[in-house]
Design a protein. Structure first.
Length: 290
């Protein structure tokens, strides 16, 4: 979701917010370059709001894996792909702004899964502080081209010199649930309710003016992507369920092409990722309670 924020005296105002359709792995956007995908909401904002891109003082984009096709500061490149800026060789006219000639500056940030939201928060903070008047914020992640973790991770040996363990999101979730007494049944019910509310809003057309179509290429053919199979309600058939594995209760979460199986025995939590096409385990991870 990309948002256009402007100054409202001492406050920040979101003028408009748009996004492209969600994409599946190896899906409708597999041949679309991340820079092109990141540029689409910028074009849509310009068309819908009718502003001159030269007034944009900064573009803030979240990107968790800023390498390869989405490296080299995608927040700076996406506006150029969107046409926000003339050729760098043009001679400036009196009164021309740098942003108008060369496109706005941009910054890419990584706060993992909250990167896009953090981009909007940072942009709003800049506007409210009076440093900037017009900022565009959002994010892009093309996990088909740049899979999660393909940047080699972030942990160096120096980390383990100070901390004995690494606590990723899955482990963090287990500890939070245990410490504050959140049951799996309660969390599953909350997730199902959230999905149900989203489905009702989607069917009622509340997202129609936020999702913009993307003209791109797929397998050498020109296509317009209006929606994808990711824009769907993950209903009861996809909720987490409980099964028996060797007499132990295990929870199963269906992600379509893969499933995650969790179970606990003797204070050891085991996570198995199962390939849906072969029903074979493709990844196994364990941790010991501390």
């Amino acid at each position: 979701m990309n948002a256009l924020l402007v100054s409202g005296m001492s406050d920040a105002v979101i003028v408009d917010a748009v996004r492209t359709p969600f994409g599946d792995r190896d899906g409708a956007f597999r041949d679309t370059h991340p820079q092109s995908l990141a540029a689409e909401p910028l074009r849509a904002l310009e068309s819908r709001v009718g502003f001159d891109p030269s007034v944009v003082e900064d573009v803030v984009y979240g990107c968790v894996t800023p390498k390869g096709d989405q490296g080299s500061n995608v927040a700076r490149i996406a506006p150029l792909v969107a046409g926000w800026g003339e050729e760098l060789g043009d001679d400036p006219e009196p009164g021309d702004s740098y942003s108008g000639r060369h496109g706005p500056p941009g910054v890419q940030l990584n706060r993992m899964c909250g990167s896009g939201q953090q981009a909007v928060n940072f942009a709003a903070g800049q506007v409210r502080a009076g440093f900037q008047d017009v900022v565009v914020a959002g994010g892009v992640e093309h996990m088909t081209r740049e899979p999660m973790g393909s940047d080699g991770g972030t942990m160096a040996e120096a980390y383990h010199d100070h901390y004995e363990e690494l606590v990723p999101q899955g482990e963090s979730a287990e500890r939070i649930a245990e410490r504050w007494g959140f049951s799996r049944e309660h969390l599953d019910a909350l997730a199902a309710e959230s999905q149900s509310r989203w489905a009702d809003a989607w069917k009622a057309g509340r997202y129609d003016d936020q999702v913009v179509p993307v003209d791109t290429e797929l397998d050498g053919e020109n296509v317009t992507v209006v929606s994808t199979t990711s824009e769907r309600f993950r209903g009861e058939s996809e909720n987490a369920s409980t099964v028996q594995i060797d007499g132990r209760n295990a929870s199963v979460t269906d992600f379509g092409d893969r499933s995650a199986v969790f179970w606990t025995e003797d204070d050891v939590i085991t996570v198995v990722i199962v390939d849906g096409s072969t029903d074979r385990a493709v990844e196994v991870a364990e941790r010991v309670d501390v």
